[in-house]
Design a protein around this ligand. Structure first.
Ligand code: B16
Ligand code: MG
Length: 214
């Protein structure tokens, strides 16, 4: 029986992908190249440094580890400038309501995000108190599709992986949930997230019944 819900942050609770895109684009432009919004899809759920490696790879640019750290830090400065202006209005439709619903039905909740900025974002949108455990890029080292971030979430909630359902918008995140032997609800397009047990457009479509029938 399911006991806990683990939520990804970017793309599930809020849409920070637009801010990531703006900041990465600015960095790419500064280096003399560009990339499309479609390419940006590949960066969803991927850690900061791995995202940078992918971007540099698109244009065959090679940088030393030290240069990459500097570039990633610069991008993050621009990104943080944008997310510190976020407000609760940016919570995606149905997210707050569904969190309240699962809590009212005695499910445990955890955040399972690759972001090292998750605390700032949750604070800005006023949802920190809705989570029984917070696991993000500061606590784990292995990027999705590795299940580490979700397994640590289950551990912090004191439940078994089989008792968890993960809500994810990224292919890598759905794969991470499945690799961790958890149920996965994909948020987005069914053809893209075909490995999920169920795909919905947003948390506004989710019900306790759908969750219990996974
Ligand atoms: P940061 P999620 C992920 O968040 C984003 O989808 C991904 O685009 C980003 O690179 C990653 O967080 C790291 O974010 O630079 O803030 O540490 O979808 O796992 O909540
Ligand atoms: Mg995401």
């Amino acid at each position: 029986k399911l006991k806990a819900c683990i939520f990804d942050l970017d793309g599930v609770i809020v849409d920070t992908a637009v801010y990531h895109y703006k900041a990465w684009k600015r960095l790419a432009n500064q280096l003399g190249f560009d990339f499309t919004e479609e390419q940006n899809e590949e960066l969803k759920g991927i850690s900061r440094i791995d995202s940078l490696k992918i971007i540099l790879n698109w244009d065959d640019v090679s940088k030393t580890d030290e240069e990459m750290q500097e570039l990633a830090t610069l991008k993050n400065t621009w990104y943080v400038d944008m997310i510190t202006k976020m407000t609760p209005k940016e919570i995606l439709p149905g997210a707050k309501e569904f969190l309240a619903l699962v809590k009212a039905n005695n499910y445990l909740t955890a955040l399972g995000s690759a972001s090292k900025n998750s605390e700032t974002i949750l604070k800005q949108i006023g949802l920190t108190h809705m989570f029984d455990a917070l696991v993000d890029g500061n606590k784990v080292t292995k990027s999705k599709p590795n299940p580490e971030v979700f397994l640590v979430g289950a551990q912090e909630l004191n439940v078994k992986p089989e008792e968890c359902v993960v809500f994810e918008d990224a292919i890598a995140g759905v794969q991470a949930a499945k690799a961790g032997k958890m149920k996965a609800v994909g948020i987005g397009k069914a053809d893209v997230l075909s490995e999920a047990d169920l795909v919905i457009e947003g948390l506004f479509e989710m019900t306790i019944e759908k969750m219990e029938n996974l």
